[in-house]
Design a protein around this ligand. Structure first.
Ligand code: SF4
Length: 344
């Protein structure tokens, strides 16, 4: 690719015609509320826009500003986040809101943003660019894919590796529009499969397109998932209630409610006559392929921190997607789960 061509204006011209609209996006010189930018950036990590958009809209109704979020209980925050996964992000969002409120508002520069809970290099750059029009470079998965193809990079590329190239290309006078534009290019034209090169403003300069390498670039590193078989335990009382407990706040799913469970197949929370249910639960995390065997028992008292709840009260508590799967397999009559397996 010729180094003399200034590619940013081509991209910005394309963006002016084709850029997508979102409730958190402000084009040109508009200065949006950093709170809106921050929430959208945290929420849309690891989540598609189609999934994240209704969550974002509900969130803004529940927590319309920084103060409301900072003063909410962690339980309410986790409840609003329920279903998005990666609950550590919700906890850090809450902690960050409290810290930023004390500071009197978000800092404008990337380095200060990086010191806040839950804000990593990508999010710090995004807030600095989108909310404060700071000349920072934003590199997400879309940007990695577009630039790997543009420059014909045939090795595995990480955001850190590609940052110097991305920084050179960034339009420092229009950092917000430039960042939105390259992300939109990646999402709409330079797609993972079947990129629409004929419509791309960078087609004439793109190495992968010229050499027919778009199917093999970016080169992906295969990460083998850890396969784990564990156990989840359904404790039912005579009132048809199930025992739940709140996960350790420090852990990955900390603060959420759950049935007692472990990644160890032989683990049980207490001595009892446990009966194995025929259907296990299968759940995929980013790095773990988890199968949980379900064991049921009957007990009126449990010497563990937690409580018995009726199936009709399940919606009042925040559960992870994994636990929702377990609960839905138990259904509205937990005692029948126990009774059906206890007969065997
Ligand atoms: S020409 Fe094709 S492969 Fe190259 S950047 Fe554009 S869409 Fe991506």
């Amino acid at each position: 690719m010729s180094k003399k061509v200034d590619l940013a204006p081509l991209l910005l011209a394309w963006y002016a015609q084709n850029g997508r609209s979102f409730p958190w996006r402000f084009k040109g010189d508009a200065r949006p509320d950093p709170y809106v930018i921050w929430v959208s950036e945290i929420m849309l990590q690891q989540t598609t826009i189609a999934t994240g958009l209704p969550y974002f809209e509900r969130w803004m109704k529940t927590f319309p500003d920084l103060k409301t979020l900072a003063q909410a209980s962690l339980d309410d925050v986790l409840k609003a986040w329920q279903g998005l996964g990666y609950y550590t992000r919700a906890k850090k969002l809450h902690a960050c809101a409290q810290q930023v409120l004390k500071m009197g508002g978000f800092p404008r520069d990337r380095e200060a943003l990086l010191r806040l809970p839950g804000i990593g290099p990508y999010t710090a750059s995004a807030i600095a660019a989108f909310a404060f029009h700071q000349p920072t470079t934003v590199v997400d998965g879309n940007v990695v894919r577009v630039l790997s193809r543009l420059y014909g990079l045939t090795e595995v590329v990480t955001p850190e590796k590609i940052y110097p190239l991305a920084e050179k290309l960034t339009d420092k006078k229009h950092p917000a529009d430039y960042a939105s534009a390259i992300m939109d290019l990646g999402a709409t034209l330079c797609r993972k499969t079947n990129p629409l090169c004929a419509q791309c403003p960078w087609q004439a300069y793109c190495v992968a397109c010229k050499k027919g390498l778009t199917a093999s670039i970016p080169c992906r590193q295969k990460i083998a998932k850890q396969v784990v078989r564990g156990a989840v335990c359904v404790i039912v009382n005579k009132k048809n209630q199930i025992f739940i407990q709140q996960a350790d706040r420090k852990g990955l799913l900390g603060g959420l409610w759950e049935l007692p469970w472990s990644k160890q197949a032989t683990w049980r929370p207490m001595k009892a006559r446990w009966h194995q249910c025929p259907q296990p639960i299968h759940h995929i995390f980013t790095h773990i392929d988890l199968t949980l065997d379900i064991y049921a028992t009957e007990a009126e008292k449990v010497a563990l921190p937690g409580r018995f709840i009726s199936p009709t009260d399940v919606s009042k508590y925040a559960f992870s997607s994994l636990m929702k799967k377990v609960l839905s397999s138990i259904g509205s009559t937990p005692s029948s789960v126990f009774q059906s397996v206890a007969k065997d």
